[in-house]
Design a protein around this ligand. Structure first.
Ligand SMILES: [Zn+2]
Length: 330
């Protein structure tokens, strides 16, 4: 069993509300930044360096309210957005990256993220993963074009994502420029191709973004491209994280918890069970592609209840599992 690091965060999570900022360490604060119904918040992390400079990880979704909120929380650290010393993103998704362009403008700091994620951020700003290139994706899934209405996106489309003016690539193994603190970048592709986690080496604390969450299995392959098979790469990333099994976790959503290894093994077991399920479906001869295999798998809400974005995501993930099962037979 994992245990929450902070009771107030955990209670907020249970209640479906946004938690108050919490000090995880003397120089590390976890700040719940509101997102949307169903996913109440993403976590921004404020790191204070030895010279009292403030560094931001994953500032959160861009709204006027969130700009004001983050400014207020930063003010408690004795500065304002103009005084921020660095901005780093675990990955390009807008619930983590949205405010980065604004913060970068205010502070004059570049935004640091993995080079593979820079490509994703640019692609995302030019269009939506859920509306562009759907015909090609349906062909990849083996989904009949006549069923296209099932994956149509209804409701509000989010505003275009603004790309920060200056992006600076970070690479696996490097230390972030945070005076007096050892914050190491580790590349953990899977959820997205350039996803990184940040290891606070002297604190036994890992900021995992969406690579490891306390309450849900991270969706895999939420991207425009990326090298290799995202499920295979995600399994490699989980292996890499084994080095930090005893550590505490500051995730991208939910609540902060410990120990990392407990959750890491659960998530890996889930991925491997899924892969086995897909292999069984392929071996039965009743499925050959994502469209025919997916209905044979177990889905939280039930296969028949998936539509729109959720159905797209289900088919994307099934296609990745089918591809991996084919390339690496059990
Ligand atoms: Zn994400």
């Amino acid at each position: 069993m994992i245990e929450p690091l902070d009771e107030s965060q955990y209670l907020a999570h249970r209640a479906g509300t946004v938690p108050q900022p919490v000090a995880l360490r003397s120089w590390v604060r976890a700040v719940g930044v509101p997102f949307r119904r169903g996913i109440p918040h993403s976590f921004a992390y404020l790191l204070r360096d030895e010279e009292s400079g403030v560094h931001v990880v994953d500032p959160g979704q861009d709204t006027a309210e969130n700009r004001a909120y983050l400014s207020a929380v930063v003010a408690e650290s004795g500065t304002d957005p103009r005084g921020i010393r660095s901005i780093t993103l675990t990955h390009f998704h807008r619930d983590h990256s949205g405010l980065a362009a604004w913060l970068a403008r205010e502070s004059g700091c570049p935004v640091r993220l993995h080079s593979a994620e820079i490509a994703e951020l640019r692609a995302e700003s030019r269009g939506s993963r859920y509306t562009d290139g759907l015909d090609a994706r349906m062909r990849r899934w083996g989904m009949p074009i006549s069923r296209a209405s099932l994956i149509e996106i209804t409701g509000e489309t989010p505003p275009a994502l603004t790309v920060p003016d200056e992006l600076e690539p970070v690479a696996d193994g490097e230390l972030l420029p945070i005076p007096g603190r050892r914050v190491r970048v580790r590349h953990t592709p899977g959820h997205s191709p350039g996803h990184v986690v940040l290891v606070l080496e002297d604190e036994g604390l890992v900021l995992t973004g969406d690579t490891l969450l306390p309450h849900i299995n991270p969706p895999i392959g939420r991207s425009h491209g990326g090298e290799g098979n995202a499920v295979g790469r995600f399994l490699e990333s989980l292996e890499l994280l084994a080095a930090y099994d005893a550590d505490d976790v500051g995730p991208g959503h939910g609540y902060c918890f410990r120990p990392l290894g407990e959750r890491r093994r659960d998530v890996e077991a889930h991925v491997r069970a899924r892969l086995a399920e897909v292999r069984t479906a392929l071996a039965s001869g009743r499925g050959t592609d994502a469209w025919t295999v997916a209905p044979q798998l177990t889905w939280g809400p039930g296969w028949a209840n998936l539509s729109g974005r959720n159905l797209q995501s289900a088919l994307d993930q099934t296609a990745l599992y089918v591809e991996l099962a084919r390339s690496a037979p059990a």
